[in-house]
Design a protein around this ligand. Structure first.
Ligand code: MN
Length: 231
């Protein structure tokens, strides 16, 4: 195939402990998947999971033991952190059953669903899309992917985010309203999942603003750490 200009390189995330990369196809995100965060965002009661997307090249891969750098984005005065478990899909499918959903998982990673909360809030109020609030450049910092075969991700693994050494978000994965298999099942009803898809599974309570110079340290037990400086 002859392109009219060189095609951009595919977005990719390193695989932990190897020189391999996981090629990113799409990024799906679940909204409001922990009770206390849903409440802080104004929800009441259990509602079906809903999804939004970020462009694949919004990933900002942060190698193990490194401190990534994220530029403070334009057009916001309220950039907020959302620490999340990320599912890396290795086998595609549509209308996947929750019972067999884990067969589609290639691995897991720690991700940050960085959000221009002021733009998202305005979009909500006006009934407009969330794209500028959620899907901007570098809005998906992510640590290396841990292959499912090698990681010991406990059902009640701790998920935590510190900013400048102070804990902002702290929960456990068993507090997810919709579990990993249920998230995959729901998402695959709306989209045919493909190998290379990433699914951000939602954030616990405690989302708040960051400013230039802040150091974010995310951790999910079994998946190591993700460190990021806002510059
Ligand atoms: Mn989120």
């Amino acid at each position: 195939m002859q392109f009219v200009f060189p095609a951009p390189p595919p977005a990719a995330v390193p695989v932990v402990g190897t020189c391999d990369f996981f090629p990113v196809h799409r990024i799906y995100c679940v909204g409001r998947n922990y009770v206390e965060h849903a409440q802080e965002m104004g929800a009441t009661g259990r509602e079906a999971p809903f999804f939004f997307m970020k462009p694949a090249d919004a990933v900002l891969p942060v190698p193990e033991d490194a401190v990534g750098q994220m530029r403070y984005p334009s057009q916001t005065g309220d950039l907020q952190h959302e620490i999340e478990l990320v599912i890396a899909i290795g086998k595609g499918g549509a209308d996947i059953d929750a019972d067999t959903a884990l067969q589609h998982v290639w691995g897991y990673a720690i991700g940050l669903d960085m959000t221009r909360r002021d733009l998202q809030g305005e979009a909500k109020k006006l009934g407009r899309p969330w794209c500028t609030g959620k899907g901007f450049d570098d809005s998906a910092p992510i640590g290396p992917i841990h292959p499912m075969s090698q990681c010991a991700l406990a059902a009640n693994a701790a998920i935590e985010l510190k900013v400048n050494g102070v804990t902002r978000q702290s929960s456990t994965l068993d507090k997810l309203i919709w579990s990993v298999p249920e998230v995959i099942a729901h998402c695959s009803k709306f989209y045919a999942l493909q190998a290379g898809d990433l699914i951000f599974t939602g954030t616990p309570a405690g989302v708040a603003a960051v400013v230039q110079g802040d150091i974010l340290e995310g951790e999910i037990a079994g998946l190591g750490q993700l460190s990021l400086r806002i510059v």
